[in-house]
Design a protein around this ligand. Structure first.
Ligand SMILES: Nc1ncnc2c1ncn2[C@@H]1O[C@H](COP(=O)(O)OP(=O)(O)OP(=O)(O)O)[C@@H](O)[C@H]1O
Ligand SMILES: [Mg+2]
Ligand SMILES: [Zn+2]
Length: 317
């Protein structure tokens, strides 16, 4: 009888093609693999070992990794990731922002970098800098696509390989924070990212207040639990609405779902970001809201979240 589950739980299972196909699993001889691919695995090729070493070398220069995810589409993951990354950079941190949404990369547009192209220099990919005087390095599949082409169709293992390259071959340098923007759901991209980052990964979960989103997001939290990924917290986005006349936050139906979910799942609640039409406008124009509208109520909440992340990173004692 063949052992079809030999790669189950292996940190590189996605790289094996599928959990049941341990052929060429890159993990067998890495220390992290001791709990994974027990049998049937062919072992990594020297090339795979070199790749793994490169990845670990790059990751050793990144202090905090924040993976922004949600079971639900369109809840504001990319906007949140971009604002938090920019907020951290504006607070003086060295920040990387990695967009692993290979089907619809939106980070380049949000940062007005849609005309930028990836600069590949031998084995190294130079990240694109957001703006002068701020340490925010950005990488996205969008920088590799010809103009106007915003979608590619890739199978899981190819995505995994590409994401691995973005993590390990980009010249991130020394980073205080790497923020990763994932597509919705619990598919190949978040799985690859979390597996590649290993112990370094921390998840930041975005939801909207409505029950239907909360249900999907509960699945994301379960996914993190299954993968043993610590959850930094839940953000409830589009919670209430900023009045276009007076600027006050007015209650909208269904507020509080994210906070209740955080309580239920015993993870921190990081804040409720109201719905503000200016976020849409800022996003469409490539202006980072937290920088272009620093006094709006939603920007204040986003800054509180940034401050909490900075605080959590501060040396204890
Ligand atoms: N707090 C907010 N107030 C108003 N609009 C918002 C807010 N947050 C996000 N948006 C808008 O909602 C839309 C979707 O946001 P975004 O692209 O960040 O979501 P996403 O979760 O990354 O989507 P996808 O699942 O497609 O990757 C965008 O037009 C964005 O400007
Ligand atoms: Mg997105
Ligand atoms: Zn009003």
């Amino acid at each position: 009888m063949s052992d079809s589950s030999s790669c189950q739980g292996c940190p590189s299972a996605a790289g094996c093609g599928s959990a049941g196909n341990p052929e060429g699993c890159p993990s067998t001889s890495t220390p992290a693999a001791s709990s994974g691919c027990g049998g049937g695995c062919g072992g990594p090729t020297p090339e795979q070992q070199a790749e793994e070493a490169r990845l670990q070398a790059t990751l050793s220069h990144i202090r905090n990794t924040i993976v922004v995810m949600s079971g639900k589409g369109g809840v504001g993951k990319s906007s949140t990731a971009a604002n938090i990354a920019a907020g951290l950079a504006l607070a003086g941190k060295r920040v990387g922002l990695l967009d692993v949404d290979v089907h619809g990369p939106s980070i380049p547009r949000l940062l007005k970098l849609d005309a930028a192209q990836a600069n590949v220099d031998g084995d190294t990919i130079q990240p694109v800098q957001w703006r002068e005087g701020v340490s925010l390095s950005v990488m996205s599949l969008g920088f590799f696509l010809p103009d106007g082409r915003q979608a590619v169709i890739w199978r899981g293992p190819v995505k995994m390989g590409f994401i691995k390259q973005l993590l390990s071959d980009v010249a991130w340098g020394e980073l205080d924070f790497l923020v990763v923007d994932c597509p919705p759901g619990t598919g190949d991209e978040p799985l690859s990212v979390l597996q590649l980052l290993g112990d370094a990964a921390r998840a930041l979960i975005v939801t909207t207040p409505q029950a239907v989103a909360v249900d999907d997001v509960r699945r994301s939290l379960g996914f993190c639990e299954d993968l043993n990924v610590p959850v930094l917290g839940v953000i409830e986005n589009m919670s209430g609405i900023v009045c276009s006349k007076c600027g006050n936050v007015e209650s909208l139906f269904g507020q509080g779902g994210g906070e209740r979910l955080a309580k239920e799942m015993n993870v921190p609640f990081l804040g409720a970001v109201p719905l503000d039409p200016e976020i849409v406008r800022a996003g469409d124009e490539g202006n980072i809201y937290i920088a272009s509208h620093p006094d709006r109520p939603a920007a204040t909440v986003l800054r509180t979240i940034v401050d909490a992340l900075v605080e959590a990173d501060a040396p204890q004692g």
